[in-house]
Design a protein around this ligand. Structure first.
Ligand SMILES: [Zn+2]
Ligand SMILES: [Zn+2]
Length: 121
């Protein structure tokens, strides 16, 4: 049986599984990293950084929406809204809390650039 859980949320244009708030979730068997990379044009934006690093954007660290304080805009008896805001500022799709591009950029920058490679003969 396919136990995939397809329910997802969108926080500042990135998808996460609804149940756990993860991009890659082993429990829901989902992986939205590929999609999210495209949603933010990460390949394009981080091109210069990626050029001299061995880094696969599709294998980057899976981010966690709920750990970054994402809460439903409305969470009442009539069910949750599909929109998410941050706990800190109460702002929908907050650009401070959910600045995904900057978060991934940091991850890439932690890797030192390739240096001293043997020149190809
Ligand atoms: Zn999940
Ligand atoms: Zn915020």
């Amino acid at each position: 049986m396919d136990a995939r859980n397809w329910r997802w949320i969108v926080v500042n244009s990135w998808k996460f599984c609804e149940e756990h708030g993860r991009e890659e979730c082993l429990q829901c068997r989902c992986d939205y990293r590929l999609e999210n990379n495209h949603a933010s044009d990460l390949h394009l934006i981080l091109d210069a950084l990626l050029l001299d690093r061995d880094f696969d954007l599709d294998k980057r660290m899976s981010r966690h929406a709920y750990n970054r304080g994402a809460i439903p805009v409305k969470d009442g008896s009539k069910g949750r809204s599909k929109e998410y805001k941050c706990r800190t500022h109460g702002q929908k799709d907050c650009w401070t809390c959910f600045e995904w591009v900057a978060i991934v950029r940091q991850e890439v920058e932690l890797l030192s650039p390739r240096k001293g490679r043997l020149p190809s003969a």
